[in-house]
Design a binder for this molecule. Structure first.
Ligand SMILES: [Zn+2]
Length: 169
């Protein structure tokens, strides 16, 4: 379908998994999983392992699976890392955004359809809504959006500096 990277994210990086889904990347996240299961899933589905666990990272690499080790750094730097190493985009493409809860691609819906599903105040000021057909959650560009944009713009700034430091030789 597309040549975009797909990910399997380890148990310690739940927030990063949510970010990847918002950015539109197919991301499997296990709350609890043995290393072998994460590696197997990556192997079977051609996913990139993203981990903070050095041992898992080494095992994945030894198994011939692409793996990215994420040091203990803040979220915008983590995203910048993934932009450099896995070429992810650092802006939200609403055509591609997935439900942060369950990885299902969101579907744009007409305003009328969400009338009973969102607070009155939200309904009044917003026109664009997306729904997850799996969990039923409705999304809109709400007050948290400023925070998302801030972190993404920080990440974009960090990319240049990181490219210099960590780009594969
Ligand atoms: Zn959902």
């Amino acid at each position: 379908m597309s040549s975009e990277p797909r990910f399997v994210v380890d148990t310690m990086l739940g927030t990063l998994a949510r970010w990847l889904r918002i950015l539109g990347y197919d991301t499997v996240y296990y709350k609890n999983a043995e290393d072998w299961l994460i590696i197997r899933r990556a192997e079977l589905e051609g996913r990139v392992v993203v981990t903070r666990d050095r041992a898992l990272h080494n095992k994945a690499v030894r198994s011939g699976v692409r793996s990215i080790y994420i040091p203990d750094i803040d979220m915008s730097t983590r995203l910048a890392y993934l932009a450099v190493l896995a070429d992810i985009r650092l802006h939200v493409d609403f055509e591609k955004t997935r439900c942060p809860e369950d990885n299902t691609p969101l579907v744009k819906v007409s305003k009328e359809k969400v009338r009973d599903k969102v607070p009155e105040a939200v309904y009044r000021v917003h026109d664009d809504f997306w729904i997850c057909e799996k969990c039923g959650k409705v999304y809109w560009v709400g007050s948290h959006w400023r925070m998302i944009e801030k972190i993404l713009s920080e990440a974009r700034e960090k990319v240049k500096e990181l490219k210099f430091k960590i780009a594969p030789k």
